[in-house]
Design a protein around this ligand. Sequence first.
Ligand code: PGA
Length: 260
Amino acid sequence: MKVLILPDEKAATQRAADIVARTVTANPAAVLGLATGGTMLPLYAALVQRHRDDGLSFAQTTSFNLDEYIGLAPDHPCSYHTYMNDALFSHVDIDRARTHLPRGDAADPQVASDEYEDLIEAAGGIDLQLLGIGQNGHIGFNEPTASLGSRTRIKTLTTSTRRANQQYFASYEETPRYAITMGVATILASRKCVLVATGAAKAEAVARMVEGPLSAACPASALQLHAKATVILDQAAAEGLKLTDYYENVHPQGQDSVFD
Ligand code: PGA
């Protein structure tokens, strides 16, 4: 696992944007795995800016989002479809026909989940998967004890996740209880993963992910099994790590090593 520690959120965001931009520039038809949540908003803003200022093009890219709430139609204001439109898709040249999110309003969410896996496979798999991390160590909506071998399916959200996401809904009761999410094994099948975590509230989960035991109790720790996983942190999110000297030594100020 590559651990890059940047001075602040802005630097961490720009570092993640560099990796996305490099991927899309090297392979314009790249398949991107996208994430939602507050952490990703400045990252998408940075990509929109690069599209406007530097001509970064998504015209040929394909995208698959990690998850969607069950019960919310794409046009629901709190759906992840809406989030992606507002944060990224409406502001860049991506072909909407090549953007994918699970259908939260599917008549049979498990059938929709299986079809989503098939679509990812038909697209040739995911080249670069973006990830956030929950305070409880979730990736996607793979909550603690999620099978490390799981594929896209229905998950019940924990109380802590619903409370964290309540801010986007009118009340806790209205915050969805269920989601369709890529599984841990779906995420691990991507060719590269980039997880971004910023802020002190993530420090404990980050420490468990990077230096804790591999365990379904912290689904993000499964990234220890991924051959190309990069974790981009700001100082606050890195606070709980013990081996910081080593990470700084290998990647001073979060920069590539001479062998990258
Ligand atoms: P956040 O969510 O970026 O809103 O903190 C991350 C996550 O829950 O995966």
